[in-house]
Design a protein around this ligand. Structure first.
Ligand code: ZN
Length: 206
């Protein structure tokens, strides 16, 4: 199983990090060892001073595919979920400055939170893109968006990534984070909601 993560897919988040908007999607991978086991707390690794939360809508690939056309991409996922792409921002900034890959900052153990719940996309009658997802830190909303404000639609992401990598059943796409990313600290509690569904709760240990 691979975790495919999309970068810079919400304009308000692109500008908060001082990045430029891209004319094609940006993606990177996390290994399966990055998955935080369910109900486990997240321990801030000792080699970073700044871990950021990035709430992201998740889609899980239901069939194998390569070179998928955007108009058929909807057939490759049935359910939505929610997760966190934990990012060691200080390490990532140093790697970016050197033009190096981001793996250390993005692929470390526990850096991928995946809700255990998956909700059929047909649940949203007006279109699943309207599903509102929210991250609360210590009970306060810090990030909230719908897929409607993505720069690249999920169908286009599936088409794009599958030109380079075969998508396999069970692969998960982290579709990018909206504005409001920020640091986590010892004692914080992060909770994710997809509309009325409570999706996960993660305790942070420093
Ligand atoms: Zn991310």
């Amino acid at each position: 199983m691979k975790l495919i993560c999309i970068g810079r897919n919400y304009a308000d988040h692109v500008s908060e990090l001082g990045n430029v908007t891209l004319n094609e999607p940006l993606f990177f991978l996390k290994p399966d060892s990055a998955v935080l086991p369910h109900r486990h707390p997240f321990y801030i690794p000792p080699w970073t001073g700044e871990v950021h939360h990035e709430i992201e809508l998740l889609v899980r690939i239901t069939r194998n595919g390569k070179n998928i056309a955007p108009e058929f991409a909807h057939r490759y996922f049935d359910e939505l979920s929610l997760g966190i792409d934990f990012t060691a921002r200080d390490v990532q900034s140093a790697l970016k400055a050197k033009g190096h890959p981001w793996e250390k900052a993005k692929g470390f153990d526990g850096s991928a939170v995946l809700s255990k719940k998956w909700i059929p996309k047909a649940t949203w009658k007006g279109g699943w893109e309207l599903a509102c997802f929210t991250l609360k830190k210590n009970g306060r909303v810090v990030q909230s968006a719908t897929a409607e404000s993505m720069i690249f639609h999920v169908h286009d992401l599936i088409a794009y990534v599958s030109q380079y990598m075969t998508l396999k059943m069970g692969d998960v796409i982290f579709t990018g984070t909206p504005a409001g990313v920020g640091p986590v600290a010892d004692g914080d509690v992060l909770e994710g909601f997809l509309d009325e569904y409570s999706m996960f709760r993660v305790q942070i240990h420093g």
